[in-house]
Design a protein around this ligand. Structure first.
Ligand SMILES: Nc1nc2c(c(=O)[nH]1)N[C@H]1C(S)=C(S)[C@@H](COP(=O)(O)O)O[C@H]1N2
Ligand SMILES: [Mo]
Length: 265
């Protein structure tokens, strides 16, 4: 603990970051950390109170600690639908009509090979299932079972360009109340969370196809963070070197409205 002090935050640099993480991080991820620590927005984060939580998890936890997993007996009988219950756009309605047969996940931005993946493509990839607790910032929690494709596998298939530092998730839903045109739901995570083994693109919930309420056809599960990071209705994953060109510049729909970008729990 003594080496981590707020006043010293800007000096937690690349060497300590790499030194502490090197034992457990793979070579590809290590490259990511290196780049991450040099990003201007990452440096800003380190200077803030939120940055302290971020560094605690990243340095003390090495970035690889797992969120607790539960057993089937722990599943919540009611897992609330929160936020958008169904995206209110003609485009989403059309996709829903055909059971998402025409839906494609676009993966682009700072990648070598942009991808367009159908649900069938995603189902054909290696799957991970996990029973975890979802914690909403509004004060409720629920335990659910999620099945999907590790995001790491999708990103490996697309192959990141060296400048990539964040994954931005563009969602299908629009919040009408945003008069400045930033009403589309989006979220973002760094490469450590993107390559974390429990970070999956889920298409099944409690042994059934993901319902529209819970984010059909695909939603993010990033299990060490709060509910609003768990982007539903994911249409596109854009790899980027900076977050200030999305929405109002804070890296997510709720972060743009005052919540922390790094919502670690
Ligand atoms: N696209 C999108 N993703 C979203 C939201 C949303 O409104 N739209 N709400 C967030 C919040 S605040 C929570 S708590 C969870 C709710 O997920 P659930 O409806 O499956 O419980 O989704 C998150 N992801
Ligand atoms: Mo939430």
């Amino acid at each position: 603990m003594s080496r981590i002090q707020p006043a010293d935050s800007r000096r937690i640099g690349r060497r300590q970051f790499l030194g502490l993480g090197a034992a457990s991080l793979g070579a590809a991820l290590l490259g990511g950390c290196d780049r991450l620590s040099e990003a201007p927005s990452f440096q800003d984060l380190l200077g803030s109170a939120e940055g302290l939580t971020y560094r605690m998890q990243r340095l003390l936890g090495g970035g690889r600690t797992l969120a607790r997993e539960f057993s089937a007996a722990d599943l919540s009988p009611d897992f609330k639908v929160n936020g958008t219950h169904a995206p209110d756009t003609p485009a989403y309605a059309a996709l829903r009509e055909t059971g998402f047969a025409d839906w494609r996940l676009r993966v682009d931005g700072l990648v070598v090979r942009p991808l367009d993946l159908s649900l069938a493509d995603l189902v054909a990839m290696p799957q991970r299932t996990q029973i975890t607790r979802h914690d909403c910032v509004e004060g409720w929690s629920a335990i659910g079972k999620w099945q999907g494709v590790p995001l790491a596998d999708v990103l490996t298939r697309a192959t990141l360009l060296p400048a990539a530092r964040f994954a931005v998730f563009h969602c299908a839903d629009m919040y009408e109340h945003a008069a400045d045109g930033t009403g589309q739901y989006y979220e973002s995570i760094d490469l450590i969370d993107a390559f974390h083994p429990q970070t999956i693109l889920a298409h099944r919930f409690n042994d059934e196809a993901l319902s529209v309420g819970h984010g059909a056809p695909l939603r993010l599960r990033v299990e060490r963070q709060l509910g609003y990071k768990q982007a539903k209705y994911v249409m596109r994953i854009e790899m980027t070197d900076r977050l200030d060109r999305f929405g109002r510049g804070k890296g997510g729909f709720w972060p743009d409205r005052g919540y922390e970008w790094y919502a670690g729990i």
